[in-house]
Each structure stands twice: as structure tokens, then as C-alpha cells.
Design a protein around this ligand. Structure first.
Ligand code: GLP
Length: 258
């Protein structure tokens, strides 16, 4: 696991370099994409690089991690709307190559099976972007006595609904369920980049990177993966134990420490 610490701007630049490198190496990469406020820092940079002509998505395909159950794709808080607003409408990733679970499917279980099969049919994820929930969730794989390997319908933790209420006009509007890619497809991704920003993520980051591997901190399973890069700002890194802090590198001004 490589840990890189820097300002929000430096994190953005490095996340930009990492995707440029990935798509140069494999233009038809299958990308795993995330939503949330952290991912905005990443997408802003990708859009900038695209405008500069340094990044092309034309041959790539993407699978988003999750979608709320019950929100139609035109709902402003649906993850389809988020992705359109912050990435898809700005870059050349063909919209029909950009998959997001359908939160309005009449049979959500069947939609989960379809989504899982579509990821498999593409050969799995090459490059997975992840944020982390304050409770250590990834995608919407919430802490609990067990985790699921496959795409499934998840009950959102109250803590998660509360954290995400900031995007909705009232907390009651936050859906109770979401379709999420499971731990299997995430851990099978060939490369993973986890990004965390802000002190409110510090405990989750500490538990994920330095605690025991446990279903109560889903992100802790990333410790078992061979190719994970973790990008943190000082707030998110503030509770890391010394042994991890010593092995972490500062992201250089030009974002080139990986
Ligand atoms: C959301 C998403 C996750 C995301 C996380 C953190 O609920 N399902 O994929 O990584 O929570 O979000 P944020 O970056 O807004 O803190």
C-alpha cells in the first residue's frame, strides 16, 4: 500500500497523473468510479486535463460503484445526475460506456445480477477510485457482521444517511437503500486509488489502514490488496500511527510522488 499525503490541490493533481498514466498504458481501461464530495476534487482535475488535451476517455468504459434505490436518473441527487454534472458532460467518455446501476429498476435484485454480469463481461475493473465513509464504508458496503461479494441492495447505515443528508433538502429525503457493487468486484480491481479528505475521515482512515481487517470496517479489506494507493490530506492523515506516517510520502508540488 502506498500512502501519499498532501493538500487537496496536490491530491487532485496526483489523481490526475494516475489516471493519465492508466489510460496511456491501457486506453480501453475499465474504470470504477465513485461519487461524493471527495471525488469532486478528482473529477475537477480530470476535466482540466481533458481540456488541456492530456487525457482521453474515448476508449474507456466505466462502472459507478452505487446508486440510490428509488431516485430516477434525472433526480438531482441521483448518482447518474452527479456523474453527468461533474464528469460525463465535460469529457469524451461515451455515455453508453458509462454504467451506473438503475435505482428505479422494478426488480432491484435482478438489476444487481445484471450489473455484476456486465462488470464480469468487461473482464472486471482495471482502475478503481474509492472514497471512504466516516464509518469505513466503501461504495455502500456498510459495516456489519458480514459483507457481500456481489452487487447487492444495501440498507444504508443511519450514520451514512445523516452524512449524506447535506446534499438533500431534508434528511427524510435520503433514500434508505442503494444498489452497490460488492466487496468482490472492488477487491478484484487491478488497481485501487482511495482518496480521503478532512479530519472527519481521520478515524475511518486509521481503522482502515492500521486496524484489524474486519467486516466492521469494510475499507480495512484494502489491506489485503496488492496495488492500493491512498491519497490523504493532513486532516484525514491526522490519526495515522507513526509506522504508517513514516512510510507515507508527501505529494510534491507537481503531484508526482507516486
Ligand atoms: C458516499 C458514497 C461513497 C463515498 C462516501 C464518501 O455515501 N456511497 O462511495 O465514497 O460516501 O463520501 P464523501 O466523499 O462525500 O465524504
Amino acid at each position: 500500500m502506498r500512502i501519499r499525503i498532501g493538500s487537496e490541490a496536490a491530491i487532485g493533481r496526483l489523481a490526475g497523473e494516475l489516471i493519465v498514466r492508466q489510460l496511456r498504458e491501457k486506453p480501453d481501461s475499465v474504470l470504477g468510479l465513485a461519487t461524493g464530495s471527495t471525488a469532486l476534487v478528482v473529477y475537477r482535475e480530470w476535466v482540466r486535463l481533458y481540456r488541456e488535451g492530456r487525457l482521453r476517455f474515448a476508449k474507456a468504459r466505466s462502472f459507478n460503484l452505487d446508486e440510490y434505490v428509488g431516485l430516477p436518473s434525472h433526480h438531482p441527487q441521483s448518482y447518474r445526475a452527479y456523474m453527468r454534472e461533474h464528469l460525463f458532460r465535460h469529457v469524451d467518455l461515451p455515455e453508453d460506456s458509462a454504467m451506473i446501476p438503475d435505482g428505479t429498476a422494478a426488480d432491484p435484485e435482478a438489476e444487481c445480477r445484471r450489473y455484476e454480469a456486465a462488470i464480469e463481461a468487461c473482464g472486471g475493473i482495471d482502475w478503481q477510485l474509492l472514497g471512504i465513509g466516516r464509518n469505513g464504508h466503501i461504495g455502500f458496503n456498510e459495516p456489519g457482521p458480514c459483507l457481500q461479494a456481489n452487487t447487492h441492495v444495501a440498507e444504508l447505515a443511519e450514520e451514512t444517511r445523516k452524512a449524506n443528508a447535506r446534499f438533500f433538502s431534508s434528511p427524510n429525503e435520503v433514500p434508505h437503500r442503494a444498489i452497490t457493487v460488492g466487496m468482490g468486484a472492488i477487491l478484484k480491481a487491478r488497481r485501487i486509488v482511495l482518496v480521503a479528505i478532512g479530519e472527519e475521515k481521520a478515524a475511518a482512515v486509521r481503522d482502515a489502514l492500521a486496524g484489524p481487517v474486519t467486516t466492521w470496517v469494510p475499507a480495512s479489506f484494502l489491506q489485503l490488496h496488492r496495488d492500493v494507493t491512498v491519497l490523504l490530506d493532513d486532516g484525514a492523515a491526522s490519526m495515522l500511527p507513526d509506522r504508517l506516517r513514516e512510510q507515507a510520502a508527501r505529494i510534491g508540488e507537481r503531484g508526482d510522488a507516486a
